[in-house]
Design a protein around this ligand. Structure first.
Ligand SMILES: Nc1nc2c(ncn2[C@@H]2O[C@H](COP(=O)(O)OP(=O)(O)OP(=O)(O)O)[C@@H](O)[C@H]2O)c(=O)[nH]1
Ligand SMILES: [Mg+2]
Length: 243
């Protein structure tokens, strides 16, 4: 009697994506461009964090943004409005972006003219974390109004993140959000994750986020350079160099 054969579609799709993502990351590294993938629920504050980041880093890094939504160019238009090149991925219903979609978006950009790409993933706490986009740094953002139980309910997101941003700390008095419990849970899931509370509204904590981000961006970009002691091609000296 012949045995029932099983084809595991999900595993094979994810494995194929990982191959594309690895190749994409290597291409970015070779071009000395760092890519940062920002993931969160709808409305968590991804666009607000990107706009704050651009404001802080645009004098030092040549930045472009890749926006991903199931429809519309609302967020990409916000980037264009502040003079930043943006490409919109319309996923047409998919609740995440994968490496092939990012690859298609990057074909619209000149990597030689860039140091940093900020990718705003689709608003979703589940599927986004399951697909490697080719980014060097994965950021999960959780905002106070969403509740402090999210790391318990959506562990994959927090396990996949290099940095966890806790946004909207200006709601602390009314949100009943136990930040210590969240830190504890994330430490259990992913001890290497850095947890950074911020408010994109007031600017609280943004300095620490920029410092940690810069360190990771520099690491990603300098991986392309045989002698890391050299200054990186393309990077313009900025105000931080004078400090
Ligand atoms: N009070 C407060 N509001 C914030 C903060 N950050 C973002 N917001 C507000 O939250 C709302 C959603 O912010 P966005 O940055 O658009 O969130 P998003 O994650 O990009 O949303 P989608 O792209 O639709 O998934 C907006 O009204 C922001 O002004 C914050 O730190 N504090
Ligand atoms: Mg947005």
């Amino acid at each position: 009697m012949s045995q029932t054969r099983v084809v595991r579609i999900r595993e094979s799709i994810l494995a194929e994506n990982t191959v594309h993502a690895t190749a994409l990351r290597e291409r970015l590294t070779a071009s000395s461009v760092a890519m940062v993938n920002i993931m969160a629920s709808p409305g968590g504050g991804k666009t607000s964090l990107i706009l704050r980041t651009i404001q802080e880093l645009r004098s030092e890094f040549r930045i472009a943004v890749v926006e991903a939504d199931i429809d519309s160019t609302v967020d990409a238009d916000k980037m264009t409005a502040v003079g930043i090149e943006a490409v919109q991925i319309e996923t047409g219903g998919f609740c995440h972006v994968d490496a092939t979609m990012v690859q298609a978006a990057l074909a619209e950009l000149r990597l030689d003219d860039l140091d940093l790409i900020l990718l705003e993933n689709v608003g979703n706490l589940i599927c986004t974390a399951q697909h490697d986009t080719g980014a060097h740094v994965n950021v999960a953002l959780l905002s106070l109004p969403e509740g402090d139980d999210k790391p318990l309910k959506y562990p994959i997101m927090f396990a996949a993140a290099d940095i966890v941003i806790i946004n909207k700390t200006d709601y602390a008095e009314i949100a009943e959000f136990d930040i210590d419990a969240v830190r504890h849970r994330i430490a259990q899931l992913n001890p290497r994750a850095e947890v950074l509370p911020v408010s994109c509204r007031t600017g609280d904590g943004i300095g620490a986020w920029i410092e940690r981000l810069m360190s990771r961006v520099e690491n990603a970009r300098s991986a392309a350079i045989p002698n890391p002691g050299r200054s990186m091609p393309g990077r313009q000296p900025g105000p931080r160099d004078a400090r």
